[in-house]
Design a protein around this ligand. Sequence first.
Ligand code: ATP
Ligand code: MG
Length: 393
Amino acid sequence: VHLKIYPEEEHLIDQANIDPDALDIIFQLQEHGHEAFLVGGGVRDLLLKKQPKDFDISTSASPEEIKKIFQRRCLLIGKRFRLAHIRASRTVFEVSTFRGGDIENAALIVRDNRWGSAEDDVLRRDFTINALFYDPTTRSLYDYVGGFQDVHNRILRSIGDPVIRFKQDPVRMIRLIKFRARFGFDIDPKAEKAMNSCKEEILKSAPARLLEEMFKMLESGASCQFFELMREHAFLEILFPCFHHFFCGEAKEIAHTYLQTIDEFHLKHDAPLNRALLLCTLVFPILEQELMTLSQDRQTPLSFGDILYLSQTLLQGIDTSSFAHFPKKILSATHFITTNQFRLTPLKGRPKFHARITHNEEFDLALQFLAIRAKINPELKELYLEWRQALRG
Ligand code: ATP
Ligand code: MG
């Protein structure tokens, strides 16, 4: 391993773009004699001239030592991966102790709490672009793995042997796709090959982590690209067969249009859409298609009861066939939102404007979803405005 240190004139990170509270935490750790750096996605985003969402800090201090310095501002959390949360004026920062993971052992990592040096900590990270350390005191960038060059050449490269790294933690493959979707970087051929041979390993990952990455991507502004890459690399088929089926069929365009609409929203706004609403963007077009098929097969018009039934069975089918199960609360809110679309915009005739439903939080989500549909289908815009008028006065 060869360490390269880039001075400010070369890396051009502007310290003004770093949250002063994060700088303050790093300075305090250093004043107590510990090593401390800004690390991970925050440094990568600064190099890409994108405003980072969060600033993570790594230090040689143990969790107990961190606790001693920050006292009541500090909460030690996690079991599989112990961390310190440090409260600051506006947000909470994650401070993690340098870890010395075994990067040559292909066994699935279940616990990762062995402390190490700064260099060890770099080597257990996933991709070179995520493994850069920034020291605000010297304003230098520490690069052990060629990550600086890879950012500039726009390449996603695993640290170490990608086959081993993906077997240790299969979620890294999904992260690879996520960074490709978000930044449009090329995937290093070795990593691409490893991903193809390790696909099935994804079934060994923790479903909750996977679901979290999925929702984060729905909120990212690059969800359409992400789902397309997930489909291309067969992860959609393995993890969410119902969505795969839809993304391969004739209705693919519609599925894309929904995701593009939420992407546009997330590129414009800071706060992400509600997660039930995000799930609706995947579920609703499928439901609409199934309703269409059903009404063609049948002579009598569809009732609201038919819609309730179809939505319920569809959601159940999606959830049971998926590798990661959705939280009950999200499923029931999704069902409420999808079915109420047919109250807001009935299959036949004009809607009945109920004053009674005004104070329902979930109904507000249903209305927000109608706004998304109206973006896709401008004919719905007028009805959306009428509803808003009727409900919000
Ligand atoms: P985002 O912008 O989505 O937050 P990120 O790269 O910051 O992307 P985080 O989940 O916040 O992702 O993780 C912070 C850092 O921790 C990463 O940049 C990477 O260095 C390291 N990391 C995260 N997940 C893994 C993993 N599964 N294996 C190895 N290192 C990881
Ligand atoms: Mg991050």
